[in-house]
Design a protein. Structure first.
Length: 405
């Protein structure tokens, strides 16, 4: 049985969250066709304006004798259906009036087109995000929703999570080639699994099997070279099974490598979200595809902008591994954000950019530096990381790097 949009709207009227969406979308009572429902909505709307809170089901029942039922649709979907219905029924009248105007006075058609177009746009267009006078309740509701969710997905290290309060928007882990970027993505995968975020790691550069083995070696703290040289003992393999089982009991994770042609940002984020992922990690950005080619093949800032802007519109938090350009060759200090591939797009869209850097001396000492290259919501800070892939499989922040200036 088809849902009557007007009757369905009634079921949403006692719900404060539905009113948040109605206000945000600029819902107009012209979209309501049923006169009785229109009268009830206008009364409820006036009640909300006068008292600053929605009329409860009991209040509406007392006023109009309504037996309320649970909504069968999401309020956003219902608004879209009512807009489509209006366009189907009333849009014809608008077109007809333009035709009649043409017969009477063709010179008046342009003015009528503008008028009708503006009215239809106001009624039928999605508002996106819009705030202004009278929206303090919506604003605070958004804050309370954010506060209830808590920190964003983990960055892989407690020190970083405490300082940046997890991931938000677009996060970039940037480094030169072969600078442990993939290891940092694996560490974030592990921490998000422990936190119950069901992370999806897209291994677009390395094979998924090798990436998963990195995860297991890090969990078991078994030197990576033992996997590379095929020298894992039976006891070590047994221990790897045990720690993997322990992780499985803590939460779920996914490591996947989609085929070429299936790596657009919409496909990557969409598949993860459809599966219920709470954290999305993409290793690496330059392998994401746009218009049939990887970003690395395009090597155009405009394409980077297209992917990153789309990513932040699709998800509250996405983390990418990425590379510096060739200008860092022979550099003796942490590069700047301007030295990233597609840097202009990253500077504009990213919420947080963390650089990974190690001089020759630092590599010999088995350490690197994590540096804040760009941050919307925090002051810049750098940390020292101890790296041990020889005797262990471990990355550990050992302290904050003091500013020499």
């Amino acid at each position: 049985m088809a849902v009557d949009p007007d009757i369905e709207l009634l079921s949403h009227l006692p719900d404060p969250e539905s009113w948040v969406v109605l206000r945000g979308e600029g819902f107009r009572d012209a979209l309501i066709e049923d006169p009785a429902v229109l009268a009830i909505y206008q009364w409820a709307d006036q009640h909300y304006r006068e008292h600053g809170q929605v009329a409860t089901a009991a209040v509406l029942d007392e006023e109009f004798e309504i037996d309320f039922t649970e909504p069968e649709t999401a309020i956003g979907d219902l608004i879209d259906r009512m807009r489509q219905r209006y366009m189907k029924n009333q849009g014809r009248d608008a077109v007809r009036s333009i035709g009649e105007q043409f017969k009477v006075d063709p010179s008046g058609v342009p003015k009528l087109l503008l008028q009708q177009g503006k009215e239809l746009t106001d009624l039928l267009s999605r508002r996106g995000e819009m705030y202004g006078t009278g929206d303090i309740d919506r604003t605070l509701k958004g804050y309370l929703d954010k506060a209830t969710k808590g920190p964003g997905p983990s960055l892989g290290f407690k020190d970083l999570d405490d300082y940046f309060y997890g991931q938000r928007g677009i996060t970039i882990y940037a480094g030169p080639r072969k600078s442990w970027k993939s290891w940092f993505m694996v560490k974030a995968e592990i921490e998000n699994t422990f936190q119950g975020n069901y992370p999806w790691l897209y291994a677009l550069e390395l094979p998924a099997e090798e990436t998963n083995m990195r995860l297991v070696c890090m969990l078991a703290d078994i030197p990576w070279h033992k996997y590379i040289h095929n020298t894992l003992t039976r006891d070590e393999q047994k221990f790897m099974r045990e720690v993997a089982k322990d992780l499985d009991e803590q939460g779920a994770y996914k490591i996947t490598q989609p085929s070429q042609g299936e790596r657009s940002i919409d496909e990557l984020i969409g598949k993860a979200q459809d599966a219920g992922a709470g954290a999305i990690l993409i290793d690496q950005l330059q392998y994401v595809e746009v218009d049939g080619k990887s970003l690395g093949a395009w090597n155009e800032t405009g394409k980077y902008w297209e992917v990153l802007d789309r990513a932040r519109n699709l998800s509250d938090a996405v983390c990418f591994a990425h590379q510096f350009n060739r200008s860092i060759i022979n550099a003796d200090k942490m590069p700047s954000v301007e030295q990233l591939k597609g840097s202009a797009a990253i500077e504009e869209t990213a919420t947080l950019v963390l650089g990974l850097w190690a001089s020759k001396e630092m590599r010999k000492s088995k350490c690197l530096e994590i540096g804040t290259l760009a941050a919307r919501n925090a002051d810049f800070r750098n940390w020292e990381v101890e790296v041990d892939l020889t005797h262990r499989c471990n990355f550990e922040i050992t302290g904050v790097v003091e500013d020499d200036e």
